[in-house]
Design a protein around this ligand. Sequence first.
Ligand code: ATP
Length: 358
Amino acid sequence: MSSISLHNISKVFPDGTRAVQEISLEINKGEFLVLVGPSGCGKSTLLRLIAGLDELTSGSIKIGGKDAASLLPKDRDLALVFQNYALFPNLSVYDNLAFGLKARKVPKVIIKEKIIPVSQRLGLAELLQRKPDELSGGQRQRVALGRLLVRNPSIHLLDEPLSNLDANLRTSMRHELAQLHNEYQKTTLFVTHDQVEAMTLGQRLCVMNQGHIIQVGTPTEIYDFPEHRFVAEFFGSPPINLFKGKIESFQNNSSFTNGSIKIPLPNDSDLSEGEIELGIRPEDWIINSEASSQSVPVILQRIENLGDSRILHFMDQENTIRAKSELREFQVGKPYFLTPQWNRVHWFDIQTEKRVLR
Ligand code: ATP
């Protein structure tokens, strides 16, 4: 059963900004879905519409099968964690955790019964009497999550909750969030603009741009089969190589050409002649020091050493080409030959920027 159902929803702000445009999406019960996209693409607005903090311009939302229009925000059985955690600075950790239940007039003994296990689970048991400004960023983040777990709604909405943490803490909190989801199995909508966070946390990702959904899929589908040039470019570090060019055919042999690059296509290629964009991820080149019939001659310009792998910046006559390799033997200034792994390349229509199926 779907936990949240969005049907054709749009949000236009009074100044005319179209923050969310005709979005339809089903979020399954217990699913961890990540809303991901660049700053300003409408992720937070979508979350606020679901939470009932903003009003829809058009479309409808169902929560647990009920039309959300008939539900006040407090009756939607959900809770939102914000980027800045929104803790009450003058209340202790305990009172922050208790706040939502107190507001619902839950008896004190029951509140305590709920807070104790959650605070132990999150490592906050020793900190219950502290005020938020006496906590580290990670601890504050845990209090915000704890508040959500104490209230225990069916739906968790998390708006960039890790963005104020340093890199190490982000990684460990990511792990923690995944474990919490495993234990509590709540429907979770997690907003981020960070591709790594999205890929590592989401069971499914919903990729947004300019108020639209561009693709919904598992991390593997999104990375290996991007349906749009935008998705191909958004995921992957270093980013995918994109070459605008054309397919030319001569005596039953096709090749892709782009200025200096001319690569014969494999025999089973059925791409038709005309303009097209070729995408090759940095890890999808075969790098040789000798030429082959399908290779591009290049010179190695720069090596970025990541420790476990190397990012290699090559140059042909016109293009900078990024590659990635775990080998250590490369030398700047030397010629190399790059061959695409044809079963891993991506083709995009020049006009629509959508994936061209082969
Ligand atoms: P970020 O990752 O930076 O938080 P986002 O993807 O969450 O961005 P939103 O905050 O949903 O994006 O904003 C979507 C668009 O709506 C942006 O262009 C933003 O400027 C605009 N916007 C948001 N709130 C309002 C408002 N109250 N009035 C007018 N425009 C708004």
